[in-house]
Structures are given as structure tokens and as C-alpha cells.
Write a protein that binds this ligand. Structure first.
Ligand code: 3BY
Ligand code: FES
Ligand code: FE
Length: 428
């Protein structure tokens, strides 16, 4: 090494590139991936500004003029349904002097009016009116900056990149047949919670991708089989009774899926493509209908007017930031959005049949209880993990076999960073 190299400052990008190159497969990531602002910036660039990010459901903005806002790290976005009924997404930044255009979520609007000097945009993003500008002012130059948006079976994704990942249409085409029978596009939002977790976004995702910690979820485990992630070969003896119950329950729901023509095969392509995903229909324990204490439906009206609630759950995992459980009676969506290196928003949304009436067909407390408890338990685990990996004694440790989806997430993530570090295209 020449003296010059030895004394040259190690820039953020050099340190990050070295850590990415060093990553040992089968082991958790080094501490700075979860704590260091340079890694956080790299995650925003390589993942959140490149991939399709799950941010909302169609049911939040069903009618023309309905709108909502969402922030992805530093990117403030607004979603609006235009006059033709199509979803649009824009940077939520006024083209006059850059003020945040809309605040908060929900609401209906004819036009989008900036609260500062009242520049007014149509729902298609074009600038309709800029008060007191000269006659030759060219409104055509100051439309809102558009962002790619698309719905997949009622789930809304945005992509900040100029060129979204080319494989997403294929992934959408493969998961849509699983989702469409549940009618999520026309469903009703029964509840939504925002939970700020005290941990890096990857710890939130990694935690979701395994059930090695599921003893911490007594409410969930009444219906969710704890055998998740294990195979016949590596199943611990203590899970054998649950495994036997699961096999019997699977045989029954498979017959139902066949009878109703519902796709149920496992597709698991988590780390070998740009848009990693996993989808599967699987049985639930007890009554097998829903995530409730006795496994019975929490909502009397069924999603998509399906003829039986006894459908187990459709589990969908998408890289980088989401997971979903679709049941006969309701659906739950989970969107993970980074706030800071050590803070992450988990937005959870419960969907029911559009005509289901609160207090008549469902009690929100019952509907929400299992995942509210599970999210709170997971948030405590994520905060513990963050505190541990932030300390000097932490070194990456080995994954257990049942954590193979955590390894898949991390190797998928490392591949995204590698391709970012070798890329020359600028960012939006
Ligand atoms: O939400 C999931 O996909 C589940 C719940 C428990 C662990 N995780 C695999
Ligand atoms: Fe929006 Fe001035 S910043 S109208
Ligand atoms: Fe958990």
C-alpha cells in the first residue's frame, strides 16, 4: 500500500462498497448496515428509489379526486385518483417554490391546491392556475413531477426510478390470479395503524421473514402454524404435533382450493430476481378461517363474496418492503417505510367486504387484535435487535435453517447494493 492510500480518507462509498463485498452468505449483516447514515443513503438509492414499493391500497382512494400522501424516506409523494378513475402518483412538491403540496392522508379534492400561494393542479398533475402571473406565463412547463404507480389486485405500488424494474409486470401477472378472487380492489378499509419501530427497516423485514422467534407470538400461534420455515427434515420434535395438524388441515383446504379454482401452489423466487417474491395459500389452525382466538371469521361478509370462510390464508411476501395475509373474511397489508437509519414506519391496513358494516358484520377490536398484538411484539424484538447490532461487540451470526428466507432477503438486498454500486444512471 502506498502512503497516499494509507492516509486517504475512507469515504462513505469506499466503506460501504467494502462491507458489501465482504458480506458472508448465511450470516447476518455487519452492524453499519443497520446504523450508519451512509448505508441508509445507499439503501434509499439502491432499494427505495429503484424498486416498486408497496405504499397503499386502492380501497383508500376509490373515487375520482380521492387522494393520500406517503413518504418514502426523503421522497414526499401524493397519490390521487384522476377524473378517469386511474391512479396517479406525483412528487408532493409544488412547482412554484417547492412547498409540500398536500398534508396528511385521505380526503377528496377537485384540484390539488398548494397551501402557500395557491398554485392549482388538476388531478392529472397539470398546472391549471398560477395566480397573478404574467400573460405569457407558460403553465405547461410546471406540471407536477410524475412517479410510476400501478395497482396489482388492489395493492398499490410506486416506483421512483425513471426505469422501473423490468420483471415487475411478470411478477404482477403471476400473483394477480391469487389475489383477484378476494376483490381487494373494491374492498373497504376497516382500520389502519402506523407503528414507528425503533430499528432499521431491514431488521423489520428480516424479523417478518422467519418464525424462529414465533414463541413470542402466543395470539398469532393460536392459528398460525409455528412450523413455518421448517421442512420435514429439520422440524424440531416439539413442533411434530402442530405439523401433523397442519398436514390434515392442508389436505382439507387443498380440496377447497381445487373445488373453487383458487390457485394455491407455492412460488418462491425471493433472491434470484430483481423483484423477489413468495406466494402461497396455506391452512390455518383451529377453525381455519381467520386470525382470531378461535380461528373463526372476524367479519361476517366475506371478501370477494367467496362461498366459504374456511380458506386458510394467502401469504404474499414481496421484496423489499411488504407482506400480506389475505383470508376469507379480511385482508391485512403491511408496508415498511424507512424514517431514519434506526427508525421505521410499519403501516398495517385491514380490509373487509365493501358492504361490511362496523358493529354489525365485524367488531374492529376482534378484527385487529391478533396483528396489533403481533406487531407490538415484533416491534419490541426489532428494538432489541437494533440495540444489539448498534454495539461494538456485535458480529454477524449464523442463520438457522428455518431462517432461510432471512438469508434470501439479505442476499437479495446485497445484490441490489452491488448493482447500485456498479451503476452510472442518476437518480430522480
Ligand atoms: O407475517 C408472516 O409472514 C409471518 C408471521 C410470523 C412470521 N412470519 C413468517
Ligand atoms: Fe406552492 Fe408557492 S410554493 S404556490
Ligand atoms: Fe414476529
Amino acid at each position: 500500500m502506498t502512503p497516499q492510500e494509507a492516509t486517504a480518507p475512507r469515504t462513505g462509498s469506499t466503506r460501504t462498497a467494502e462491507a458489501v463485498a465482504r458480506r458472508a452468505a448465511g450470516h447476518s449483516l455487519e452492524g453499519p448496515f443497520y446504523t450508519d447514515p451512509d448505508f441508509y443513503d445507499l439503501d434509499l438509492a439502491a432499494v427505495f428509489a429503484r424498486q416498486w414499493i408497496f405504499v397503499a391500497v386502492d380501497a383508500e382512494l376509490p373515487e375520482p379526486g380521492d387522494r393520500t400522501t406517503v413518504d418514502i424516506g426523503p421522497y414526499a409523494l401524493l397519490l390521487v385518483r384522476d377524473d378517469q378513475g386511474d391512479l396517479r402518483a406525483f412528487h408532493n412538491v409544488c412547482r412554484h417554490r417547492g412547498a409540500r403540496l398536500l398534508d396528511g392522508d385521505g380526503g377528496t379534492t377537485g384540484n390539488l391546491v398548494c397551501g402557500y400561494h395557491k398554485w392549482t393542479y388538476r388531478t392529472d398533475g397539470s398546472l391549471l392556475h398560477a395566480p397573478s402571473q404574467p400573460d405569457d406565463f407558460d403553465r405547461g412547463r410546471y406540471g407536477l413531477k410524475p412517479v410510476h404507480v400501478r395497482s396489482v389486485g388492489g395493492l398499490v405500488f410506486v416506483c421512483l426510478a425513471a426505469q422501473p424494474p423490468a420483471d415487475f409486470p411478470e411478477v404482477a401477472a403471476r400473483i394477480e390470479p391469487y389475489l383477484l378472487p378476494h376483490g381487494l380492489r373494491r374492498a373497504k378499509v376497516a382500520a389502519r395503524t402506523d407503528l414507528v419501530e425503533e430499528g432499521n427497516w431491514k431488521l423489520v423485514m428480516e424479523n417478518n421473514r422467519e418464525c424462529y422467534h414465533c414463541d413470542g407470538h402466543p395470539e398469532l400461534l393460536r392459528t398460525f402454524f409455528p412450523t413455518y420455515g421448517y421442512t420435514e427434515e429439520n422440524l424440531p420434535a416439539r413442533l411434530r404435533p402442530a405439523h401433523e395438524r397442519r398436514l390434515r388441515a392442508e389436505a382439507e383446504v387443498h380440496a377447497t382450493y381445487e373445488r373453487l379454482g383458487l390457485p394455491y401452489e407455492l412460488i418462491e423466487e425471493l433472491d434470484d430476481r430483481v423483484t423477489g417474491f413468495r406466494i402461497q395459500r396455506a391452512a390455518l389452525d383451529l377453525a381455519g378461517e381467520s386470525f382470531t382466538p378461535d380461528g373463526r371469521a372476524a367479519c361476517r361478509r366475506l371478501l370477494g363474496d367467496l362461498p366459504t370462510p374456511r380458506l386458510g390464508h394467502l401469504a404474499l411476501h414481496l421484496q423489499p418492503n411488504s407482506w400480506f395475509h389475505v383470508l376469507g373474511d379480511h385482508a391485512i397489508t403491511f408496508s415498511v417505510l424507512p424514517l431514519a437509519p434506526d427508525r421505521t414506519l410499519l403501516r398495517t391496513t385491514w380490509l373487509v367486504h365493501p358492504q361490511a358494516e362496523e358493529g354489525v358484520d365485524y367488531d374492529p377490536g376482534t378484527l385487529m387484535s391478533v396483528w396489533t398484538a403481533t406487531n407490538a411484539q415484533d416491534a419490541r424484538l426489532v428494538a432489541r435487535a437494533q440495540r444489539g447490532v448498534a454495539g461494538p461487540a456485535y458480529e454477524p451470526g449464523p442463520y438457522a435453517p428455518s431462517e432461510y428466507q432471512v438469508e434470501a432477503f439479505c442476499s437479495w438486498y446485497i445484490a441490489r447494493l452491488r448493482s447500485e454500486l456498479h451503476r452510472e444512471e442518476p437518480h430522480p
